[in-house]
Design a protein around this ligand. Structure first.
Ligand code: PEP
Ligand code: MN
Length: 273
């Protein structure tokens, strides 16, 4: 990847890319904090969490409407009604929305109504989907596949950029290894490697990387210290009752404390948070 002419490559674009999302930017000097529950469960839940994380300094709101669950019998997300609830939360807080797209059937709606389209680990190599996204002008948050190499992640980003859409944000969310204690193994070295190979912003997901709420704090601190452009994490007001991923969700209180530490680390790195 070094010394190659792919559009994702730093050789083809030496400066860091800064992605514009409405009046917000991702990358460059800025640390982006994307927070909220794994899935949207109700209007009260999403609005309540959105208001708390906004007060603590989150810059984007995440929330799943369509959930890629291992079992078809697990909660699959509220689907389209959740998009309406996300819009209500955006209206009340001003936080732009990040949510996962799994099917092209909803692409037009996501383009019109959402701010960033998340492509989850399971779809990182869904090339027809990536090509379609490349023909849009929408910011794409591309998560690393569960068993994908760094080069495969970059080539997936290339699928989007080669079609014309340069607004890609890369996300390291842990990979599958022999280690069973954590849900995945956070590949922290992917952060400086991706930053060296590519000009695209890189964010880290400590929630899916670890599967454990108490690892979210140390892993997100390490991510910012390692040069990540931000973190995406799961926050829930009642983690034990969460419909999805409660065991890896931190409470709004813990999120508030964590933001203070992340701000201090961002400061040392000469970045804005
Ligand atoms: C998610 O962000 O809720 C998610 C399902 O993540 P991943 O695709 O990384 O597993
Ligand atoms: Mn989740």
């Amino acid at each position: 990847m070094e010394g190659c002419s792919n559009k994702v490559s730093r050789d083809s674009h030496p400066m860091d890319s800064i992605i514009n999302v409405g009046k917000n930017t991702i990358g460059g000097n800025k640390i982006t904090i994307i927070a909220s529950p794994c899935s949207v469960e109700s209007e009260d839940q999403i609005v309540n969490i959105a208001e708390s994380v906004k007060l603590s300094g989150a810059t984007f709101l995440r929330g799943g409407a369509f959930k890629p669950r291992t079992s078809p019998y697990s909660f699959q997300g509220l689907g389209e009604p959740a998009l309406e609830l996300l819009k209500i939360a955006r209206e009340k807080t001003g936080l732009p929305i990040v949510t996962e797209l799994m099917s092209l059937a909803y692409l037009a709606r996501f383009i019109d109504e959402m701010d960033i389209i998340q492509i989850g680990a399971r779809n990182m190599q869904n090339y027809p989907l990536l090509k379609e996204l490349g023909r849009t002008n929408k910011p794409i948050l591309l998560k690393r596949g569960i068993s994908a190499t760094i080069e495969e992640l970059l080539m997936s980003a290339e699928y989007i950029i080669s079609e014309g859409n340069e607004k890609v944000i890369l996300c390291e969310r842990g990979i599958r290894t022999f280690e069973k204690y954590t849900r995945n193994t956070l590949d922290l070295s992917a952060v400086p490697i991706l930053k060296r190979l590519s000009h695209l912003p890189v964010i880290v997901d400590p929630s899916h990387a670890s599967g454990l709420w108490w690892l979210v704090e140390p892993l997100s601190k390490a991510a910012i210290a390692a040069g990540a452009d931000g973190v995406i994490m799961e926050v829930h007001n009642n983690p034990t009752k969460a419909k999805c991923d409660g065991e890896q969700s931190i409470t709004p209180n813990k999120f508030d404390k964590l933001m203070k530490s992340l701000r201090a680390i961002a400061n040392i790195e000469n970045k804005e948070l």
